[in-house]
Design a protein around this ligand. Structure first.
Ligand code: 5GP
Ligand code: ZN
Length: 109
């Protein structure tokens, strides 16, 4: 299986990484749809929200908490957190990821 987000998580492919720890990596989206557009990604390959099992509860909570922490560190005054789920939900990359979108207010100042 060749997965771009697994490659980024293993640092085999380049990305603008803003945070990582043993479970999670956060990097800039290559095609940003907001002034700040980050992807919060588990290092473990999980296909999508639709593929979650009960054992994944901790990592999903950690994705959301990591997004909150990064948004706070970046001084974002507000933001959107989005999971696209499946092709019909707009998901293109089949490795679970949380979009963190913001920076509109900051860029208008
Ligand atoms: P999806 O539509 O699957 O929810 O979102 C996938 C996101 O990944 C898109 O916003 C797309 O721009 C981003 N993306 C796809 N390939 C790469 C890549 O190689 N590097 C980075 N940084 N982002 C990517
Ligand atoms: Zn993967």
């Amino acid at each position: 299986m060749d997965c771009i987000f697994c490659r980024i998580a293993k640092e085999d492919s380049r990305a603008d990484i803003v945070f990582f720890d043993k479970d999670v990596i956060v990097f800039t989206d290559i095609n940003p749809k907001a002034p700040v557009h980050l992807l919060v990604v588990p290092k473990e390959h999980i296909q999508s929200i639709a593929h979650l099992e009960a054992s994944h509860a901790d990592i999903v909570a950690k994705l959301i908490y990591t997004a909150k922490s990064v948004a706070e560190k970046m001084g974002l005054s507000g933001y959107q957190l989005v999971f696209n789920v499946g092709r019909d939900g707009g998901q293109v990359v089949d490795h679970l990821h949380l979009h963190l979108l913001g920076g509109w207010k900051e860029s208008d100042d």
